[in-house]
Every structure is written in structure tokens, then in C-alpha cells.
Design a protein around this ligand. Structure first.
Ligand code: HPA
Length: 267
């Protein structure tokens, strides 16, 4: 970890990121538009290579709307076969770089029947249905406590701020509970019914590990899902990764406009 942090600090000099953004499917272009310094994951000690199409695999540093930002262009998913440690390692590195606020974005399936493709959903809470927890193992007391409270993972202040920004921009936002499953298979209709019964509004394959660790190490967390499709059984048609990418692309401009407004407004 110390090697990773020293390596990155060598690259970015006195640039000190205060906000981290994990860019989900379709949002990666934010890091192409704002890129002052980019560090490929393959060069950073302890980072693994990203294997998913549409996920580039680098840390991108830039000042955006007056804020010093580090973006993950591409993330590590549990379904790629990475350990939970690998999935959340970048969050711990961001913490060590001084990041205080973490914006986590993703593509998700809509479980709530009011949701339609290209809707944006603020995550109010999550259900960890991955069957694993990224904090299992020896605790690093310098990051957080052994049994961290999870009663407010997603900052109410940041949710309120995002709603104000969206209101000003005329962007409609949904709010709801995100359930993470491992993937990579999409859910069956029965699983989606279960997710709804358990209180989920959206399902996906990421975000929860990073949110748990970010909150554990005292970051303020904002989670935003791009609802790319109606989850299995809600929709009568089958689901492909390219459908998800197309919907993410449709929502991209709105998503980026919102994230920029949020960056500007964060104190
Ligand atoms: N399920 C799980 N993950 C997803 C989905 C889905 O329907 N859409 C985009 N990511």
C-alpha cells in the first residue's frame, strides 16, 4: 500500500485529490474529457489489470469545477475473479491520498417497476448479497474499526446536495436501495422478485464493496446508479451487455452534467 501511494505521489507531485469518483459503465468519458495526469493500474504496485470491455483501467487526476479529483476509469469486479481485497484496494489507496468524498457510480438493473432505462437513481442504502464482505480478514486499525456502523453508508447531506443540483438542472432523479449480487450472470426473474421482496429498487454487480470500505474509513459516500434496463422478469425481453452499454450511453450526458454540478457544489 505504501509503495502504491508513494508511486502515485511521485507522478502527481503536489496535487492532492479531495474527491474520488469511481466511473461505472458509460461514464468513463469523464476521465477522457478531464485528464491532467493518468496512471495505468498496471503500473501501480498492488493494482491488478482490469478485464472488462468498456472499462479502461487507470487512475485519472484532474482539477474539475475547482475541485481536485481522482477518477477510477474502470474498476475491479468480484465477478472477474478478483479477491475482495483487490476490489477495494483502490479505495484504500484513495483514502491514503487524502480523498474525503467518494462518488461511486454504476450501471444497474431496475427492480422497481417505476424505473425505466436511462433513469438515474441516488443510492439511499444497499443490501450486500454478494456472500462476501471486503472487511473480512485482519483489521487495519489505522483505517477504521473492526465492527463499523453501517446505519448511514450514503451521506444524507450528499444526497440532499445531489437533489438540489438535479432540481436546478431539471434532471429527474429516482432514489432507492441497491442490491449487489456477484454476477456475472444476470438475475433470473425469480431472483429479481426476491430482490424486490427484500426491499431492493435496483440490482448490480459492484459498488457495495467500495461503499462499505469507503464508509469504514470515514469517507463521505454518494452512490449513483444509471438504470440501464428493467431487470429480468420486469422486462419481457432478454438482456445483453450491449443493451446495458447502449442505455448507459443514452444517460451519459445527463449523468456527467449532474456529476459536474455536484462537484461544483461540494463544500
Ligand atoms: N443486473 C445486474 N447488473 C446489471 C444489470 C442487471 O439487470 N444491468 C446493468 N448491470
Amino acid at each position: 500500500m505504501q509503495d502504491a501511494v508513494s508511486f502515485i505521489k511521485d507522478k502527481i507531485g503536489n496535487f492532492s485529490p479531495e474527491i474520488g469518483i469511481i466511473l461505472g459503465s458509460g461514464l468513463g468519458s469523464l476521465a477522457d474529457d478531464y485528464c491532467e495526469e493518468a496512471v495505468p493500474y498496471s503500473e501501480i504496485p498492488g493494482f491488478k489489470a482490469s478485464t472488462v470491455a468498456g472499462h479502461k483501467g487507470r487512475l485519472v487526476f484532474s482539477q474539475i469545477c475547482g475541485k481536485n479529483v481522482v477518477m477510477m476509469q474502470g474498476r475491479f469486479h468480484y465477478y472477474e475473479g478478483h479477491s475482495m481485497d483487490t476490489v477495494v484496494y483502490p479505495v484504500k489507496v484513495m483514502k491514503r491520498l487524502g480523498v474525503k468524498t467518494l462518488i461511486i457510480t454504476n450501471a444497474a438493473g431496475g427492480v422497481n417497476t417505476d424505473f425505466k432505462p436511462a433513469d438515474l437513481m441516488l443510492i439511499t442504502d444497499h443490501i450486500n448479497f454478494m456472500g462476501a464482505n471486503p472487511l473480512i480478514g485482519q483489521n487495519d486499525d489505522s483505517l477504521g474499526v473492526r465492527f463499523p456502523d453501517m446505519s448511514e453508508v450514503y451521506s444524507k447531506e450528499l444526497i440532499a446536495l445531489a437533489e438540489v443540483c438535479a432540481g436546478r438542472l431539471g434532471i429527474e432523479l429516482k432514489k432507492g436501495v441497491y442490491m449487489a449480487l456477484t454476477g456475472p450472470s444476470y438475475e433470473t426473474p425469480a431472483e429479481v422478485k426476491m430482490a424486490r421482496t427484500l426491499g431492493a429498487d435496483a440490482v448490480g454487480m459492484s459498488t457495495v464493496p467500495e461503499a462499505i470500505v469507503g464508509h469504514y474509513c470515514s469517507m463521505n459516500i454518494l452512490g449513483i446508479s444509471c438504470i440501464c434496463n428493467q431487470a429480468a422478469g420486469v422486462s419481457t425481453v432478454g438482456l445483453t451487455h450491449s443493451d446495458v452499454i447502449i442505455a448507459a450511453d443514452l444517460a451519459k450526458q445527463k449523468f456527467i452534467t449532474l456529476v459536474l454540478a455536484i462537484l461544483k457544489s461540494i463544500k
